[in-house]
Design a protein around this ligand. Structure first.
Ligand SMILES: NC(=O)c1ccc[n+]([C@@H]2O[C@H](COP(=O)([O-])OP(=O)(O)OC[C@H]3O[C@@H](n4cnc5c(N)ncnc54)[C@H](OP(=O)(O)O)[C@@H]3O)[C@@H](O)[C@H]2O)c1
Length: 242
């Protein structure tokens, strides 16, 4: 479980840790010292909290080595870390005039490059499991085919890049005797820090709690088949065009 300090990632760690069919949850975040709720969850003997910053590849290498000390294989990797806005002023661009190279680069680093590098470093542990799954938490707005409104250039483009990376790794990791299923998932609009400034026009029944969103996504992950690998699914199981 990657990106477990807050929001959807934290709830994934919580729900997975509560399941009888899960022995161990490796819950990572970039700064465990400030992730107080995750630290409390880490008191469970089933949960190990690890440092992992998707913008720092050496931390990915270290986290994968630490994970291998704790478990012989990994059944599920959830890539949840993501960024739409930051406290230092990065936010969704409405127009071309708002594009800034640094902001775009940061969006790609966190939303696309980082999750792919996580899979690069954890693939060996995944390939030791019987039916391993990688779930990359994407967003419907990353779909090019579904883009009718424009705007949110950096977030949309970095999620589209994440989707292409998902498809590539699904093809590569689907080969050979130890295939790994890789899917992209749209959680719906979920009540977290990421969506909070943009919840205004969202009908109450379309704004999911993290509990509901993760329950829905785990339903998809639990039933994923090899044929579904390399595809993009929404919270209700419907397929989203790339
Ligand atoms: N909420 C929604 O409505 C919605 C809709 C569609 C898709 N999504 C996707 O769902 C995923 C989770 O989003 P959320 O709503 O749970 O957002 P959130 O509450 O803002 O949480 C974002 C998470 O990403 C982590 N993160 C950011 N930069 C990181 C880095 N460099 N290395 C490691 N972790 C980093 C944050 O860690 P820190 O605590 O250290 O900052 C935090 O755990 C994202 O990929 C997002 O794009 C969300």
């Amino acid at each position: 479980m990657q990106g477990a300090s807050r929001g959807i990632g934290l709830e994934f760690a919580r729900q997975l840790a509560s399941r009888d069919d899960v022995d161990l949850v490796l819950a990572s975040c970039r700064n465990p010292a400030t992730a107080e709720v995750l630290a409390a969850l880490g008191a469970s003997p089933k949960v190990r909290v690890m440092r992992l910053d998707v913008e720092d590849e050496s931390s990915l290498r270290d986290a994968a080595a630490l994970a291998a000390d704790h478990t012989p294989h990994l059944n599920l990797l959830v890539n949840a870390a993501g960024m739409l806005h930051t406290p230092d002023g990065i936010g969704p661009e409405r127009r071309l005039d708002g594009l800034q190279p640094g902001s775009l680069a940061r969006s790609f680093a966190i939303n696309a490059t980082g999750p792919a590098l996580v899979v690069k470093h954890f693939r060996t542990l995944l390939q030791k499991a019987d039916r391993p799954v990688v779930a990359n938490i994407s967003a419907r707005v990353g779909s090019i085919g579904d883009n009718r409104l424009g705007g949110w250039y950096g977030y949309r483009a970095s999620k589209a890049a994440q989707n292409q990376l998902t498809r590539c790794m699904a093809i590569e990791l689907g080969r050979g005797p130890r295939p790994v299923a890789v899917i992209a998932l749209h959680p719906g609009t979920v009540d977290t820090d990421l969506s909070r400034p943009f919840q205004g026009g969202v009908p109450p029944d379309k704004l999911f709690s993290t509990e509901r969103a993760v329950r829905q996504l785990l339903g998809i992950i639990d039933g994923v088949t090899r044929e579904q690998s390399g595809r993009f699914f929404a919270w209700d199981g419907s397929e989203i065009p790339w």
